[in-house]
Design a binder for this molecule. Structure first.
Ligand SMILES: Cc1cc2nc3c(=O)[nH]c(=O)nc-3n(C[C@H](O)[C@H](O)[C@H](O)COP(=O)(O)OP(=O)(O)OC[C@H]3O[C@@H](n4cnc5c(N)ncnc54)[C@H](O)[C@@H]3O)c2cc1C
Length: 523
């Protein structure tokens, strides 16, 4: 039996701990924060009514219903099998885009499907009568088909263009003028996202081509809480930042933990389930190879910013053009208004989210919190006042997370050439120290990435044996390719055992007059 210390209580660290524990090893998880979950972070507002639960996802919020994300559903199945029913993780449909969603551009509101927008902003004639989404997927479809067919094989082809930014690819290979690239980036993504590496942008486009999505009933933090329950309190330390890592003469490793209750522990092996910036912040640790240190220093994390705003009513569901989920893209500071997919149609209070990334997220860092709320309300009012709503009279309170200020930064978004230079390097263990986290996986910016990386790392730590993923009996080192089987069902809430999520989403959507459709290219 090995004694393994796991630094980082995000999904990667928790998954690694569960898998090692399942295999009979002794694990200890150290999390610097008072809460587990890292970039999975459901914020709950003070409820107004007794029955009410008002929350928004300050971190991860939606999971594509795709084989590449099957490990998330498998993990939930494992947790549900090992926890009492009250801890159950249930998936409900997530509406990525609703038929009534709009675009607010230069002070005017457009239907998201309006094909005259391109002409109205003065794009060249060959781009008229197409939405931004049609333009993007028109160019990217062959790539997404290739990747969906066989991710590893497809990636080999994608990596031939790894030295390019996405913008360069669109300009030089798709022959798009810069104003077209800017238009599509504005509507589909966030400012300067297309100046990142081609590889991550193609992968993102593939994920966002998924038509069907889910979220967790009650918030994604339920996965984290459920994982902590299975692990048990004795092996999970919160408020426990690891500040030093020492290699001992007998090849064991000593971890020094700071925080409110400092301690030292010795382990056979250690997993650093941390984003590169957090590894860099560990004060004392062994120095590794030049390329590894470069990777830790250079891997690029795209900034993200989210603000949740709690309102007295779900007024967006009662306008002339009601939105039941989905999002509005704007060219305002707030960029995206995201409508909740939980509690659709209820008479409870509700939460809207404003969401921005890259340059649009960084812009919020120069403003104090009190002003950020004022600016967000101002922008929301610009949009909703045109629909007869005074958002100020509805407002209760707000909470925001500027991810660059958190230990985890934002999400990994490689710059040109970083996949080729750093991806394999970053995964390599250093003696008895192993690495995990979304930045090490093929699914940057996704919960599935954290899980995939943890699974591979544990396999490597245990000597390269092939381990079934948690919740599956399949002996494979990759996530299962089979989606939950589709069956007919009338319920609107679905546990993973129902294995009918895709069919269900379509039914639920139809019942609520929703029309899910893929849009956007940032999670
Ligand atoms: C705004 C936002 C939106 C997102 N949306 C989605 C989405 O819709 N769908 C999706 O699938 N994914 C989404 N993601 C991505 C997903 O949340 C991440 O890929 C995933 O949660 C990363 O998990 P991780 O374990 O690799 O890292 P993290 O969650 O960052 O975990 C690392 C942990 O290490 C801790 N730590 C840091 N330093 C130390 C130390 N010295 N000692 C001890 N602990 C330390 C941190 O506090 C943190 O808890 C989103 C992320 C963000 C930020």
């Amino acid at each position: 039996m090995l004694q393994v210390g796991i630094v980082g209580g995000g999904i990667a660290g928790l998954y690694a701990a569960l898998l090692l524990k399942q295999q009979g090893h002794e694990v200890t998880v150290f999390e610097s924060n008072s809460r587990l979950g890292g970039r999975i972070y459901t914020h709950h507002f003070r409820p107004l009514g007794q029955e009410e639960s008002a929350f928004f996802e300050a971190g991860a919020m939606r999971i594509p219903l795709s084989p590449l994300h099957a490990c998330v559903f498998e993990m939930a199945r494992y947790l549900n099998d090992n926890n009492p029913a009250r801890e159950k993780v249930e998936f409900i449909p997530y509406v990525l885009q609703h038929v009534n969603n709009k675009i607010l551009l230069q002070g005017k509101i457009w239907d998201a499907a309006d094909k005259t927008l391109a002409a109205s902003v003065g794009l060249p004639e060959r781009f008229h009568n197409k939405t931004a989404r049609e333009m993007l997927f028109g160019v990217m479809q062959p790539w997404t088909d290739l990747l969906n067919k066989d991710l590893d094989h497809g990636l080999t082809s994608v990596l031939r263009y790894d030295q390019l930014t996405f913008r360069q690819y669109l300009r030089d290979f798709a022959e798009w003028p810069d104003e077209v690239i800017d238009f599509v980036e504005l509507v589909m993504s966030q400012t300067s996202q297309y100046d990142q590496g081609f590889t991550d942008l193609v992968l993102q486009t593939m994920h966002f081509a998924n038509p069907d999505w889910v979220t967790v009933k009650g918030g994604l933090t339920r996965i984290v809480e459920s994982a902590a329950k299975v692990l048990g309190p004795a092996c999970v330390f919160r408020n426990a930042p690891v500040t030093e890592i020492h290699e001992l003469p007998d090849n064991k490793l000593k971890l020094v933990v700071g925080g409110i209750a400092p301690l030292e522990r010795t382990f056979d092996k250690v997993i650093l389930a941390l984003p590169p910036v957090a590894i860099q912040n560990i004060q004392v640790r062994p120095k590794w190879s030049f390329v590894k240190e470069r990777a830790i220093q250079a891997i690029h994390e795209g900034p993200l910013y989210k603000m949740g705003l709690h309102f007295r009513t779900r007024f967006w569901e009662h306008t002339d053009s009601p939105c039941f989920g989905g999002q509005t893209q704007t060219d305002l500071r707030i960029r995206w208004i995201v409508y909740p997919s939980n509690d659709l149609g209820s008479s409870n209070t509700g939460c809207l989210m404003v969401y921005s990334g890259m340059t649009d997220a960084l812009r919020w860092s120069w403003t104090p919190q009190s002003q950020r709320v004022r600016l967000a309300l101002e922008d929301l009012n610009t949009f909703f006042s045109q629909q007869g709503v005074d958002v100020y009279s509805q407002f209760i309170e707000a909470f925001d997370v500027h991810w660059p200020s958190e230990v985890g930064g934002g999400n990994t978004m490689y710059l040109p050439g970083q996949y080729t230079r750093f991806h394999d390097v970053m995964k390599q263990p250093e003696g008895n120290i192993y690495f995990a986290g979304e930045h090490i996986s093929r699914h940057h910016t996704w919960v599935a990435g954290g899980i995939e990386s943890a699974h591979q790392t544990v396999e490597e730590l245990l000597g390269g044996s092939s381990l079934p993923v948690l919740g599956s009996t399949v002996a494979t080192s990759t996530v299962p390719k089979d989606l939950p089987r589709r069956v007919e069902s009338q319920s609107s809430h679905y546990s993973i055992q129902d294995t009918a999520l895709a069919a269900v989403i379509m039914q639920t959507s139809a019942a609520l007059a929703l029309k899910p459709m893929a849009i956007g290219i940032m999670d």
